[in-house]
Design a protein around this ligand. Structure first.
Ligand code: MG
Length: 393
């Protein structure tokens, strides 16, 4: 029986993960549940899954929550400290990181240094310092299995080939090219200017039901930019090996081309429970928890080249990926500030890439790969710079 700690249990990934776990009682059990501030849902989850430890990030919510559960459940501290503690508990086998944004940086590092299997859904730390995290994972013998549907698809496509070659060969030697698919988000098919779109419109994703931050990142296509960096880092690829394709149906979650030109794709209906289950049952495949794919009903699958001019976040991500030297952390930090400001009605939708670009321009990229401590400093610097420039857009 594998013991799972879920960092971010009340978000969309966390809720789906608990649904998967509830269907596999003999194989997976919940060791810890950490949530941001939704105490009522955490309470319900804890009643049902009886974790050994819980944590609420928000100190006010944590204060009110303490003592609500009877039995032997431990209350870990609020804030990052509780997440770090939960990620490194000796009894935990799998840490599912489904936090939102750069806040997941320290908990991911803690899980890696504790040698855990990490079901990685929180992509931002892998954008900020993915190459550094992969080095740490090798050093501490931690396994990182992606949960995000696109890197999960790539992982699933290359796994057999890699195992056949002894399981040690770097992915970059096995993969010739990756087709990274994108639904296109809320506005891809919309005509005309995007400067006046509302938060409600931007939150209307055509195929996936997800949290606010990622849905907004989908609308700007920054989510795809982030995924391209995440994939480059996870699989040790060159940025030029990644080709982004708009695929509105979200049936092919990504595909891999091998040396002989053969392409393998991973398909399913868009349902996050599949990649979550795969990450938690890997190297085995679990049971079917999602609806079966009916290709005849879907009829056709379409692919287009993305429009980098209309969605400048794609170009900004490509620039950060190619230059490196900490620029990826600046990209991520400025995006978090910009998306938050848009959500609060402070800036227009089209100001999101403008603020990110301005912040990136102020940064002097390092000549070599920054250390994890340096990345934390760069992150703080970029957040401050982006905040300062909000008023002057
Ligand atoms: Mg994704």
């Amino acid at each position: 029986m594998k013991q799972v700690a879920i960092l971010g249990s009340t978000g969309s990934i966390g809720v789906n993960a608990l649904d998967v776990i509830s269907k596999m009682p003999g194989e997976l059990s919940v060791y810890g549940l950490a949530a941001h501030s939704n105490a009522d849902l955490l309470f319900k989850q804890a009643k049902k899954f009886k974790p050994s430890s819980v944590s609420l990030f928000d100190p006010d919510a944590a204060g009110k929550f303490s003592g609500r559960l009877n039995g032997s459940c431990r209350y870990l501290p609020s804030g990052v400290e509780g997440l770090v503690q939960m990620a490194s508990e000796p009894e935990v086998d799998i840490v599912l990181t489904s936090l939102v944004g750069g806040v997941g940086f320290a908990p991911l590092l803690a899980a890696i240094r504790a040698g855990k299997t990490i079901a990685l859904a929180n992509k931002e730390p892998m954008v900020m310092a993915g190459a550094q995290f992969m080095k740490e994972a090798e050093r501490w013998q931690a396994k990182i299995i992606p949960v995000d549907s696109e890197p999960s698809a790539i992982f699933q496509c290359v796994q057999n080939e890699r195992e056949r070659r002894g399981g040690k060969e770097p992915f970059s030697k096995i993969i010739r090219r990756v087709f990274l698919t994108a639904s296109g988000g809320a506005f891809y098919r919309r005509k005309g200017s995007l400067s006046r779109v509302s938060v409600e419109e931007a939150l209307h994703h055509p195929t996936w039901k997800m949290g606010k931050k990622i849905t907004l990142d989908c609308a700007t296509l920054m989510n795809k930019g982030f995924e391209s960096i995440e994939i480059m880092n996870l699989f040790g690829l060159n940025y030029s090996q990644i080709e982004i394709l708009i695929h509105h149906q979200s049936i092919i979650h990504s595909a891999v081309e091998f040396s002989d030109g053969s392409v393998l794709a991973q398909m399913s209906l868009p349902d996050m429970r599949l990649p979550i289950e795969y990450a938690m049952t890997y190297p085995k495949r679990g049971m079917r928890v999602i609806k079966p794919l009916n290709l005849a009903e879907i009829g056709s699958l379409t692919f287009d080249k993305p429009d980098f001019r209309r969605f400048p976040c794609l170009s900004l991500a490509a620039e950060a990926a190619k230059k490196g030297g900490g620029l990826e952390a600046v990209l991520n930090a400025a995006d978090e500030i910009a998306v938050d400001a848009f959500t609060r009605g402070k800036i227009k939708f089209t100001d999101i890439p403008r603020l990110i670009e301005k912040t990136m321009k102020k940064f002097k990229a390092r000549n070599s790969l920054p250390s994890l401590a340096e990345v934390v400093e760069i992150d703080q610097w970029a957040r401050q710079k982006a905040e300062e420039m909000l008023g002057g857009l």
